[in-house]
Write a protein that binds this ligand. Structure first.
Ligand SMILES: [Zn+2]
Length: 135
């Protein structure tokens, strides 16, 4: 279909903008956290991965408000720079959670069994994590 400017102006065609991905605002504080996160999180992730026998493809530091971390089926791990605001045990918990997704791309019983082995108090940590907000 060919769309002309007249179609748009007349309202015959409506343009729907794709919603922007939810990114947090950039402030001096977030830039400070980003620096810290880039220096620390990939090093720590590597340690945890080696200890648990995981191998991932890449790690990126993100500033979004939708998750603390994510893992793609291609083995790319994203970590939120706001992890730097959390106690170390919660940082490790989030990273171990994402590492387990390298094996299981869901939150099924096998995923939880693996996480349980690596992080026996993961249920307690999950609760604690809810006390911190990303927004
Ligand atoms: Zn998950």
């Amino acid at each position: 279909m060919k769309i002309s400017i007249t179609d748009i102006l007349s309202g015959r065609v409506r343009i729907v903008w794709r919603r922007r991905r939810r990114k947090a605002a950039v402030t001096p504080e977030t830039e400070r956290l980003r620096k810290e996160a880039k220096a620390y999180l990939p090093v720590r992730l590597k340690e945890l991965a080696e200890a648990g026998g995981f191998s991932y493809n890449s790690v990126r530091i993100k500033n979004n408000v939708s998750n603390w971390g994510s893992c793609s089926s291609k083995g790319n791990i994203n970590l939120n720079l706001n992890l730097m605001r959390l106690p170390k045990e919660l940082q490790d918990y989030v990273m171990l959670h994402e590492l387990c997704h390298l094996r299981y791309m869901n939150h099924g019983p096998e995923f939880h069994a693996m996480l349980e082995k690596l992080c026996p108090n993961h249920r307690e940590l999950r609760k604690k994590l809810r006390e911190y907000r990303l927004t």
